[in-house]
Structures are given as structure tokens and as C-alpha cells.
Design a protein around this ligand. Sequence first.
Ligand SMILES: O=C(O)C(=O)C[C@]1(C(=O)O)C=C[C@@H](O)C=C1
Length: 373
Amino acid sequence: MSNSKQAVPDTLPLLRDRIDSIDSQIQMLINERARCAQKVAEVKLAEQGDESVVFYRPEREAQVLRRVMERNEGPLGNEEMAKIFRQVMSSCLALEKPMRIAFLGPEGTFTQQAALKHFGKSIISAPMAAIDEVFREVESGAANYGVVPVENSTEGVVNHTLDSFRDSRLKICGEVEERIHHHLLVSPNVNADDVTHIYSHQQSLAQCRAWLDRYWPHVERVAVSSNAEAARLAAEAGRSGRAIAAIAGEVACELYGLLKVSANIEDRPDNTTRFLIVGNEDVPPSGKDKTSLLISAKNEPGALYRLLEAFERHGVDMTRLETRPSLMSRWGYIFYIDFVGHHLDEGCSAVIEELRERASEVKVLGSYPVAVL
Ligand SMILES: O=C(O)C(=O)C[C@]1(C(=O)O)C=C[C@@H](O)C=C1
């Protein structure tokens, strides 16, 4: 096969012939790649042994996706191209070993959407009822990795997730950012003009309030336990001829076979949620990483200043600081700090060493690749 770009034919039959021939080459190459991944699995098993073998390599995946974006010449956009390779790698990893991914459920939540964005579609989905269940599922080995929300640009941090790290030995091995888009959905059996109720999670109803006031002022809004549940109820109502709409995301729309009456109806289009991937292993440097720390500080004047000063002196860029009350001592605090770099990088390890001298506890929650997609 040559690398040079051939002239594009200009009749429909010839264009389709060309597409058929390109498709068969792509297919052959994808299978060649998949055979390499199978061989990678054999090598890993021979080197690491049955018990401790790690198939999923977040640092390698991030490097592959970054390279795809760097060398992309279009006309497909970088992100579009990376999404295609995201799925190719997901299929290859599933050949090595299918990954069971626990996430905050039920099926169809934005957390599931984040899991699919991060791992691709070739995973075994394990929806959990609560964030601590996700942690437990991964700690026990029943799931390979877990996905939990950690902060939202309008709602702030998810305390439950931060608190779960106190007693867990799990490591953060990735992050995903997801623009939260809400859609108004109905069952295909329902005429949108007949809708009498709109179901969604309370937060989503709030995030679409201005849009609802403007376009659906007289329809009753009903808060339910999750968007995914709203979508399930809308699908169920449609089967019995009741006209109920749901506000939910893309995954719930697909999962329950609903139709979009209106897309992207959120009042603030920049509404974003950040999710963390948790697992049992440390991730080696990928070349563009972030680190999260948990620090218990002594309750004395200037304690926080002395911690932060170390970052400044070593030129390490802190990107986030959250404070939670310590459960152990009254008026003691736990700080969650994110910074740019891997804990094995020189400057970063120097900071961590100094923090250990100044704080009662420093726990490296994980170093992980900065989100690519
Ligand atoms: O390079 C590896 O270690 C692989 O297993 C191959 C591969 C890939 O398809 O490129 C698959 C899964 C890993 O998560 C990373 C990369």
C-alpha cells in the first residue's frame, strides 16, 4: 500500500469503489493491530505472571491518542480521529482481557458516559448504587477499574468521592472531563405536543430551568432519583400510551430508545463534570501528567501557608485545592491538592518530600495522564 494520496474519483460508482477498497485495507490493518495486541498480552503474561499482570496501560493509551492528534492532517478533526482510535484500542484491550468497569449508576448516567469516553465501548459495565460501592467493587477485585464524579463546574466538588479516598488504598489512574449536555426526550410512541410531565433529576431540572420556563412553562416538572431513571420512566410510560418526557443525556437516550425533541437544552453551555478513574495500580509517567495528594495538616497557625510555599519554591503548578474537615480531630483539616506533573518527576518528588516533613500525613492518591479526550 502506498502512502501517497491518490486522486479522488468524481463519479458516485467510482467513489464507492474507492471507499470499498479503502475500507478493506483499514479492516485488514485493524486486525493486524489486534493481533499485535494479542501478542502484547502473551508477552505481559510471560513477564508478569498470571496473578499480577496488568493489561490496561493508561500512560500508553494517552501517548497513542496524543500522537494520533499530533500527526492528524484532516479533513477529520483531531478529536474525531482520536475517538476512532479510542475505540480501536478499546477493542484491542478487550481481546487482551475484557475490563469490568464499575461506575456510579444506574445504566445511562453521565458517569457511564464518562466511562465509555475514557475506556471506549468494549467494556463490561457494572453500575453501582453509590460512590463507596464503586470503591469497594474495585478494592475487592470484582471490577478492574471504577469511575466516579469528583467536581462539577456549577455544583462544585463531590464530597463523597473526596471522602472515599481517606480510607481507600485505591489509586487515581485517570481523569475524564465531560461537557454535560441535556436533551428533552420522549418515547417514539409519543407525540411531543401531548407531553404532560417532564421527569429528571432535580439538578438537571435546575440546570435547564430558563429553557423550561421559556418553552414548556405549563408542563409539570417531576424530580426523580437520576436522569437515567427519568429516561427509563419515559420509555415505560410511552409503552402504555402516557406522554411523559425526560431530561437526560446521550447514553440514556440511546439505552432507552428515546427520541430527542430538543438537544442541548442546558442553560449554561459550559457545564462540565470531571470524573476520576480509580484502580489498584500506580501509573508510570506519560509525559503529560497530573498528581493528586491528600494531606492531613497539623492544626496550627500558618500550616497551609507552609504547605503551599513548597510548591512555589520548586516551581510546581498547583491546579486545585479543596479542604475537608478531618474526621479524626476536631478543627483538623484534610487538603486535597492537584498539581501538574508526575510524582516521580524531580521537582514534584522534592515537593512531596518536604510536605511529608511538614504535615501529619501525605498520601499520593495517584499520578495519571492529563485527559486527552
Ligand atoms: O501497549 C500495550 O501495553 C497494549 O496492551 C496495547 C494497547 C493498544 O491497543 O495500543 C492496548 C491496551 C493498553 O491499555 C494499551 C495499549
